[in-house]
Write a protein that binds this ligand. Structure first.
Ligand SMILES: NC(=O)c1ccc[n+]([C@@H]2O[C@H](COP(=O)([O-])OP(=O)(O)OC[C@H]3O[C@@H](n4cnc5c(N)ncnc54)[C@H](O)[C@@H]3O)[C@@H](O)[C@H]2O)c1
Length: 354
């Protein structure tokens, strides 16, 4: 099977591409290259020589020959949505739909959309299933909910979109992100000696390792079409729906010499939800998600040590998406919708001074 991974040069893509190749898929990539040079341990392997490409401009002709499209490309977190809501809508909604329409026009039957559990927003205390109403509390969450709705309108006998609502990811990637909770707490613990919580630690978080996300995508790619046609799946493990203070405790135990602290006056934050993963388990009985948060913390600590992560790295554009985007905006390399102003590869974060 030939699969195009859009957003292959990002945090999850850098792990999913070699994973799928290892499982026998032929994989192509498409990415606007926002994070070139934002590398941990040498960065991701290149997939051939190719120019940066924006998913808002892709045409059916470019997609000929693929059997499936995986859409990871996005402005991928809440702070980026706060920076400029219109940019998040442009990439995550208009871009996703353009890619999907091009795929459909090219006769590609499967379209796997990387959605997010954040579309459940402030969902209350019950674990939410795929049937739950959506209450996104951020522009990012809104775009994921709207993209699912619009993709669903494209579903027909020749086109099967599937919505993989990933839990918050963790794990080592050569395109590391430090703005997600497990990666973040492990990095702070290693570089400062403190596991520092900004909230009171009570919020619940569903978590999933990026290799296990890749496994779930593989399962959808290989499933009979009728089981995945226009279906949403929460992606994660029941065992890894944990409270932030539990994550902090695991990090403290794994990072030698670190201590736990809670910021003065910290309260709970808005994003607090539990997720039910029963539909994924029932639909794909063969699918075995293999990582636990504790194992992921150990993996991250080892990768950070090998890289020699320092406090400076932690505050730089290298691993924090928002800072990198700000750097590209300040240098005039992208416009306010994050469209590139040049076809040349972008300078890395250090070359741009931070
Ligand atoms: N990381 C998580 O915790 C998590 C959780 C749930 C869902 N997701 C979803 O999974 C997907 C991948 O997440 P990630 O953490 O790898 O994000 P990331 O920011 O690391 O990677 C996104 C990639 O998309 C590319 N991109 C951005 N705009 C583009 C455009 N206009 N055209 C082409 N490429 C573009 C970027 O250059 C980058 O390489 C996203 O859709 C995200 O919303 C992530």
């Amino acid at each position: 099977m030939r699969v195009l991974v859009a957003g292959d040069r990002g945090y999850i893509g850098a792990v999913m591409v070699p994973f799928l190749r290892g499982q026998g898929f032929e994989v192509g990539g498409l990415d606007s290259g926002l994070y070139e040079g934002c590398d941990l341990l040498g960065g991701p392997e290149a997939i051939g020589e190719r120019a940066p490409r924006d998913l808002r401009d892709v045409t059916a002709a470019e997609l000929q020959g693929y059997d499936a499209v995986v859409c990871l490309a996005a402005l991928s977190n809440d702070p980026l949505g706060n920076l400029d809501k219109a940019a998040t809508y442009s990439v995550n909604l208009d871009g996703t739909l353009n890619l999907a329409r091009a795929a459909k026009d090219a006769g590609i039957e499967r379209f796997l959309f990387a959605s997010s559990c954040s579309l459940y927003g402030a969902a209350g205390s019950e674990a939410v299933t795929e049937e739950a109403e959506l209450f996104p509390v951020t522009a990012y969450g809104e775009t994921k909910a709207l993209a699912e709705q619009e993709l669903s309108k494209l579903a027909d006998d020749n086109f099967s979109p599937t919505y993989l609502r990933n839990a918050t990811a963790y794990g080592a990637s050569t395109r590391l992100r430090l703005d997600i909770v497990v990666n973040n707490l492990t990095a702070i613990a290693m570089t400062s000696g403190q596991v520092r919580l900004e909230s009171d630690g009570t919020p619940w978080r569903p978590l999933v390792h990026i290799e296990d996300i890749s496994r779930a995508f593989q399962a959808v790619l290989e499933a009979p079409r009728e089981t995945i046609h226009d279906e949403a799946f929460n992606v994660g493990r029941a065992e890894d729906v944990v409270q932030v203070r539990d994550i902090a405790e695991m990090v403290r135990e794994s990072v030698p010499g670190s201590t736990l602290s809670i910021a003065d006056g910290a309260g709970p934050d808005l994003r607090n939800y539990k997720v039910d993963f029963g539909k994924l388990d029932d639909t794909f009985p063969e699918l075995e998600l293999q990582w636990s948060v504790r194992k992921g913390v150990d993996e991250l600590y080892d990768a950070y040590r090998r890289h020699g992560l320092t406090l400076d790295d932690f505050n730089s554009a290298q691993f924090v998406r928002l800072r990198r985007i700000q750097q590209l905006l300040d240098a005039g390399l992208v416009d306010n919708r994050l469209r590139r102003s040049t076809d040349e590869q972008f300078p890395g974060p250090k070359e741009l001074g931070r």
